[in-house]
Write a new protein. Structure first.
Ligand code: SAM
Ligand code: ZN
Length: 295
């Protein structure tokens, strides 16, 4: 619910603090943003963003897949990274939050915490609005100034999602942490080696360190690696929720998967790393890492 996080939001026009009335979020200077019937607020302003994020079908597939529990070890690792760096009053932002299920897992693990789920996809923010009573849902673009008050947060999460190093640094309080989950080159290798499926960028780990190391110091690293024998339905959701869904149509994916054994064994290989905000740095303008996809 937006009221749980309204004090953490900042006006995208004037950076002022925000308040909530029945159907709108209002800043102290009178800029007003409608709360959508589905419970999220759009704080996207200015020229149209070139990003539309995940489609309704991708979000539905992601929700169904995460509900199967096959990725629970990843969710547990993310929650554990967050709780090991948490005080009593955790204030969390998940960027590229998708369905909001990771944010919900973290909020369940931290009973006094509250969180903003931010995404540029409308189907995503509709779903995030229902993800957890202590979560507020915001439509915004991670590559612009985040509509969040400077120094207000204890955690920023980027789970298989794009991240903006400079903006994450700005919104975190001193000592705050950025928790990042990225696939390794082994992640889903049996699936991504099929024709038309998209594989992981092999230079992702170096790129992540290069983008974050000036502003953050890596303080924890949890490798998560296991095999899962996925029945056809779960495999179809997994193929439909990731970057390959931008390249292959649903019928093309169905044909591709029909030739595979059922169940089909895949390797899940993910790194959950915790980066602590450095206080002794001058933040450069502009953007941090480039977009990363592929959860
Ligand atoms: C691979 S999904 C991960 C979703 C979720 N974190 C999870 O792991 O289930 C990446 C998410 O980032 C969102 N996204 C992509 N570009 C974005 C942008 N420029 N600003 C905000 N969100 C973005 C997509 O809409 C999508 O929901
Ligand atoms: Zn304003």
């Amino acid at each position: 619910m937006l009221d749980a996080v309204i004090d953490l939001l900042a006006c995208p026009h004037c950076d002022g603090s925000m308040d909530l009335d029945d159907a709108a979020v209002l800043c102290e200077r009178g800029h007003s943003f409608d709360v959508a019937r589905q419970g999220y607020v759009s704080l996207l302003t200015g020229s149209a963003t070139p990003f539309t994020g995940d489609t309704a079908d991708m979000i539905a597939a992601r929700g169904d897949f995460l509900d199967t529990g096959y990725y629970d070890p990843v969710r547990t690792a993310v929650a554990s990274a967050c709780t090991s760096a948490a005080g009593d009053d955790s204030r969390i932002l998940e960027v590229g939050a998708g369905t909001g299920q990771y944010l919900a897992t973290v909020l369940d693990a931290l009973p006094a915490a509250r969180g903003i789920g931010l995404d540029v996809s409308k189907p995503a923010v509709r779903r995030i609005a229902r993800a957890h009573p202590r979560a507020g849902s915001v439509l915004a673009d991670v590559w612009r100034q985040l509509p969040v008050r400077s120094g207000s947060l204890t955690h920023v999460l980027s789970i298989f999602a794009p991240r903006n190093a400079a903006e994450s640094h700005r919104v975190l309080a001193p000592g705050g942490v950025l928790v990042v989950a990225t696939p390794t080159t082994e992640h889903l290798r049996e699936l991504v080696s099929l024709p038309g499926m998209v594989s992981v960028d092999e230079h992702k780990t170096e790129r992540l360190s290069a983008a974050l190391s000036g502003l953050f110091e890596r303080t924890e690293r949890i490798p998560v690696q296991f095999s899962a024998a996925l029945p056809r339905r779960a495999l179809a959701d997994l193929a439909g929720m990731g970057p390959s869904a931008h390249h292959l149509s649903a019928p093309e994916r169905t044909d591709l998967l029909a030739a595979l054994p059922d169940p089909f064994e895949v390797t899940v290989s993910v790194t959950v790393s915790t980066w602590t905000r450095r206080g002794d740095v001058t933040v450069p303008g502009g953007h941090g890492d480039t977009a990363v996809r592929g959860g």
